[in-house]
Ligand binder design. Structure first.
Ligand code: GUN
Length: 155
């Protein structure tokens, strides 16, 4: 852990706000004491609801390191990750995550993600965006095809 990287993530977030780049969030991926990825929230400026700082930093690091897993890396983020970023973080598998402000701080600034945690716990049909299971004879075909593929890259 190196507090300088957190200061940089926070500065990225502040600069992003001042530059009208998007929401007040910044993130950095570090490997062996070196910055290998940076991200700032760009949701509103790129019309991409997934362009949260952490996702952007993960994408940047994965592109630079030419990998889909960040096993030797640490993620520094100016704010506690939202549920979407948490999912992305688990898929990317960094060895540690450091955050500064909390989800309660984010909620006070208008970025409340508590409802998403509640939604996850609800039965699928009771969610604000209902999810309906459709039944088709070919529904498992993608998995059947995958399991038969010798050249598959597992992740
Ligand atoms: N941690 C975090 N929380 C958010 N909530 C909305 N956008 C963001 C983001 O980019 N990062």
């Amino acid at each position: 852990m190196d507090k300088q990287f957190m200061e940089k993530a926070i500065q990225l977030a502040v600069d992003n706000v001042k530059a009208l780049g998007g929401g007040p969030f910044g993130a950095i991926v570090v490997r062996d004491g070196e910055i290998v990825g940076i991200g700032k929230n760009q949701v509103t400026t790129t019309n991409d609801p997934t362009a949260h700082a952490e996702v952007q930093a993960i994408r940047d690091a994965c592109t630079k390191l030419n990998t889909y897993q960040l096993t030797d890396c640490e993620l520094y983020t100016s704010c506690e990750p939202c549920p979407m970023c948490l999912g992305a973080i688990y898929w990317a598998r960094p060895k540690a995550v450091y955050f500064a402000s909390t989800k309660e701080d984010a909620a006070k600034a208008g970025f409340d993600d508590h409802f998403i945690y509640e939604e996850i716990d609800l039965p699928k049909e009771k969610r604000k965006i209902p999810m309906h299971k459709l039944t088709l004879p070919i529904e498992t075909l993608p998995f059947d095809t995958w399991e038969k593929l010798d050249l598959r890259t597992e992740y």
